[in-house]
Design a protein around this ligand. Structure first.
Ligand SMILES: Nc1ncnc2c1ncn2[C@@H]1O[C@H](COP(=O)(O)OP(=O)(O)OP(=O)(O)O)[C@@H](O)[C@H]1O
Length: 246
């Protein structure tokens, strides 16, 4: 579906990407894991059209793309429902239709009862739920997630991660790129993990989480899914450490 082909990006004299490539199939979740400042968010911003590459090519970008960032970035003066309804209003739907759809989504993310609240009256986790609802309301084909759970406590991270998985499970064609600092989150949420080098980012290691989970299923008697999970986490951690010391 999406092809990033030898992307180059500089900020002034700073080379951030020098020939970065990756592919993403429809329905696939790919996590980008890498040291701080290596260029993960820049990749997302290029895909989201917030930055233009100085070289290379982005092909196969779907029509409906939605982004969620570490900050919920809700409009402070609008109710939670109107925040979630905004993408539909911008797409030309009537206020009544957009609000009705937003209300359904708010229920889905556990924010029923908060539709008329202003964002500042919600906790960080609740604001992030609203931001996810705002992304989901457009029924995107591609979801760009930039450390969406980074500012949350562990329990909220876990809960929202599970909600994300169940949302994706109900939409088999939805593809996601998830930027995260957490090896655990990457392995738990992604189908494929790309471990990136320090800037300029290049792929040090690609882990196919699905294939290894499948292997664990086949060998269930002596290798559980939990063993596979920790093996993957160790593999990613070692690749990150090797990248840092290379
Ligand atoms: N608008 C900008 N102007 C100048 N430099 C920038 C800009 N945005 C990012 N950079 C620099 O580009 C590099 C890559 O930034 P980016 O945000 O993509 O990294 P990252 O891997 O997402 O980092 P982190 O994990 O810390 O969020 C960093 O060195 C950063 O300082």
């Amino acid at each position: 579906m999406l092809h990033l082909d030898h992307l180059h990006l500089r900020f002034g004299a700073l080379p951030v990407l020098e020939g970065f490539s990756m592919d993403l199939a429809a329905g696939e979740r790919v996590a980008l894991l890498g040291p701080s400042g290596c260029g993960k968010s820049s990749v997302l911003r290029l895909v989201g059209g917030l930055l233009a590459p100085s070289g290379g090519r982005i092909a196969g970008l779907p029509l409906r793309t939605a982004s969620v960032f570490q900050q919920a970035t809700l409009m402070p003066w609008a109710t939670v429902r109107d925040n979630v309804a905004l993408p539909l209003r911008l797409a030309g739907q009537t206020a009544a239709t957009a609000r009705a759809q937003a209300a359904g989504l708010l229920q889905r993310v556990g924010l029923q009862g908060f539709a008329d609240a202003l964002p500042h009256t919600l906790s960080g986790g609740m604001q992030m739920r609203a931001a996810l609802a705002r992304a989901w309301v457009t029924d995107p084909e591609l979801l760009l997630l930039d450390e969406p759970f980074g500012a949350l406590d562990e329990q909220s991270r876990e809960q929202l991660g599970q909600e994300l998985l169940s949302w994706c499970a109900a939409r088999p064609a939805l593809a996601c790129i998830l930027v995260t600092h957490s090896v655990f989150e990457a392995v738990a949420l992604a189908d494929r993990v790309l471990v990136l080098s320090p800037r300029p980012a290049r792929v040090l290691l690609e882990i196919d989480v699905r294939a290894i989970r499948e292997l664990a299923h086949q060998q269930a008697a002596n290798w559980t899914e939990q063993d596979a999970y920790f093996a993957l986490v160790r593999q990613a951690q070692q690749a990150l450490q090797r990248g840092m010391t290379a």
